[in-house]
Design a protein around this ligand. Sequence first.
Ligand code: ADP
Length: 539
Amino acid sequence: MKTNPAPSLRASPCPKGLSFGWGRLAARFSLMTAALIGAVVLSVAITVIRSQKGLLELESRERLDTVMDGVARIAQESIDASDELMLISYLKHLRRDRPELALAEVTRRGRTSTLGAPAPPTSSPMAGGTLSLQPRPRPAPRLITLTRTAVERVAVTYTVKTLPSGDQAPEVSVSSAGLNLKVPGDAVLTRTEERKPLAVVVRLGFLEDSIQSEISRRLEPMVRRIGAIAATFMALGWLGAFYLGKLLTNPISALTLAVGAVGRGKLDTTVAEDRGDEVGLLEHTFNEMTTRIKELVDQREDVLHTLTHELNTPLAGLKGYLELWGDRKLPPEAQAEVLGTMTAAVLRMEGSLGNALRLFKGPAGQGAGPRKVVWVDDVFTGVLAILAPVASSKKIAVHPLPSEASDFVVADEDTLRQVVSNLVSNAFKYTPEGGEVRLGLESGEGEVRFWVADTGRGIAPEDLPHIFTKFYRGSRPAEGSADPGQRIPGSGLGLSIAHKAVTSMGGSIRVESEPGKGSKFIISLPRVPAQTEARQETP
Ligand code: ADP
């Protein structure tokens, strides 16, 4: 039979109806993955920027502390030198150098000197109950205020009065650890300060906005760099996500297309099997499924064609004979012969239908009826009784089984009858008029052997290897045959069905044939099939 090479579907542009479905799946997968990648990259970028900002804030805080330490040192020096102006002029310089230093206050003996403007006074627009047209006052700038205190160094006098006991004198020693006084007895320590020390408190106010904008200025290039790296990662991630989405959905789209094609009747559709994962398994299963469906459909089509052909010819003959009979145009002496021919035609149609039905049911053995003890000689007798008119119409001498030849097998009776019927009807069909057909049966150990031999046209050696193949028909009568070149009708199913049935029963079928002399089909069957034995052994 002619078969077109099966088209194999790879991912290709989807037809209109399909593109939406698989495209949406790919897009959904890609978007979800891209969103995930975006969220991860963004959160990493934000964490890095936050930590960088924290570092910059710490750094600027340390710088302010350094400024404050310098101010404290100058304050101490100004106290030591009793030079109040020294501190004030230092602070003035500092304000000039550092624009962010908005306020400097020095408190000494309860008196506060202020450098720079403190927070501007807030004035109400409805001052005194009248509407003021003054511009809205600016909000007071936020300040970071830091304070340092310097204390005057004042001499302290310590007086020790000792009341020694016994004759031991107090001991004084000086070491790196300090002064050590050892008094044996009572002692009184008096501490006298020259005067109350002077404390100078310096409070500086730095503009928070200016410090923050300095931090932002230094942070900006870092943010840009981190942003660029994050954008690159995101772009790469999104590209990967879209590629992955397509990669995952491509085989699904190919399968969707293929399923659609099968649905439209293109049964020879297959998909490329190029993956080792679950989708690959699905592709493989799909291909197996379409191959099987194609086989079944082909087989049924073949059977239908063959059957139509098989039934048409005998039906036409039957119709012709019936018309002759109805018109009373058949001479009485020919009626017996015509009856035989008509019976043979009916039997042939019955045989063809039986074979076709068996084929439709599936492989031989499947769908077979229950197994039971079947007497092979009884089966032969039954088949011969049905086919006898065919033999007599061709004047074939039939040699049935000798009466002592009797044995049984455990099998499905209908299947066995079909096998025997196919062999006997073939023998009658391929044996010319006046020929002989001989049946035989032999009991072996655990098996039964039986055969159908004829003196017909025989089988050409080149046909012999193929005659059990479904739909195979012997091409021509064997050379030297007494039955020259006549094409005998048939379906090419009989022997293939017999072969499958016998094999499923655990037996074998073979043929011995000599062109022009005849053929002998020999079947060997186990008396009890292996499966049944196993079942019987189980209690
Ligand atoms: P069919 O008889 O319908 O063609 P079968 O499957 O029964 O189909 O037989 C296949 C072929 O084997 C036949 O076409 C014929 O060439 C050959 N064959 C079968 N039985 C015989 C026989 N008894 N003698 C000669 N040729 C036979």
